[in-house]
Design a protein around this ligand. Structure first.
Ligand code: SAH
Length: 207
């Protein structure tokens, strides 16, 4: 799977190594293990899905753009939507600190179990509403969302460092979901809308 992603353009060696080191089959139910290395999203319970590996790779690549020389020097990253913890584990191998927040208690607990064997001391799992961000970890060099909303919450903008970047699925004017990149520059925000994607909805509150 990782070789295929590398072939399709995920070029950075550190990213290839991180994707290779995090065994995706450890994050899905035993009944789905034989599909774990296919480039598809898979159910992880409570109506949620583990993202498609090529999309995880693409979003992390966007998040780290400009830091290719030494991605591990990218400081703190906030992930909204821990799900099963797969993307958090990949990020943990690429950036200094990961704060990953999940609004569903059942998945937060599952991610904790899934991540234990990886012993990633720099990955911090939080239970709460990620639409509020996580102020205690701010400012973030990057914010990456695994669920799609209608607008970028103000908390994310406020908690992003100047020079930082948000990568998130977002509903566009046409009503479809696309990847949105927001760069926080000295002179203001720069928005770029990229390719269409299909993520579960970003919801407020906890459950
Ligand atoms: N990155 C995950 C993908 C999980 S799917 C992985 O690798 O498995 C997206 C997750 O976002 C779901 O678990 C959903 O419950 C969560 N989510 C949706 N809205 C949220 C919010 N406001 N705060 C935190 N998590 C949220």
């Amino acid at each position: 799977m990782v070789r295929k992603l590398a072939h399709e353009g995920i070029a950075h060696p550190d990213q290839i190594a991180a994707l290779g080191a995090v065994e995706r089959h450890r994050f899905v139910d035993s009944a789905l293990v034989n599909q774990a290395y296919e480039d598809t999203s898979l159910p992880i319970g409570l109506g949620q899905t583990i993202s498609k590996p090529s999309v995880v790779a693409r979003m992390i690549e966007l998040l780290l753009q400009g830091h290719e020389e030494e991605p591990v020097r990218v400081g703190r990253v906030l992930e909204v939507g821990t799900g099963c913890g797969y993307q958090a584990a990949v990020l943990g191998r690429l950036v200094r600190e990961v704060y990953s927040i999940e609004r569903l208690r059942g998945l937060h607990d599952k991610a904790r179990q899934n991540l234990r064997p990886f012993r990633l001391a720099n990955v911090h799992l939080l239970f709460g509403d990620g639409m509020q961000g996580y102020a205690k970890g701010a400012p973030y060099a990057g914010i990456i969302a695994a669920a799609g909303g209608n607008a970028v919450p103000q908390a994310w903008i406020d908690q992003l460092a100047v020079g930082g970047r948000i990568v998130a699925p977002m509903e566009t004017a046409s009503g479809q979901q696309a990847l949105l990149v927001v760069d926080k520059l000295e002179r203001g925000l720069k928005h770029s809308i990229l390719e269409p994607v299909h993520f579960v909805p970003l919801k407020s509150g906890i459950a």
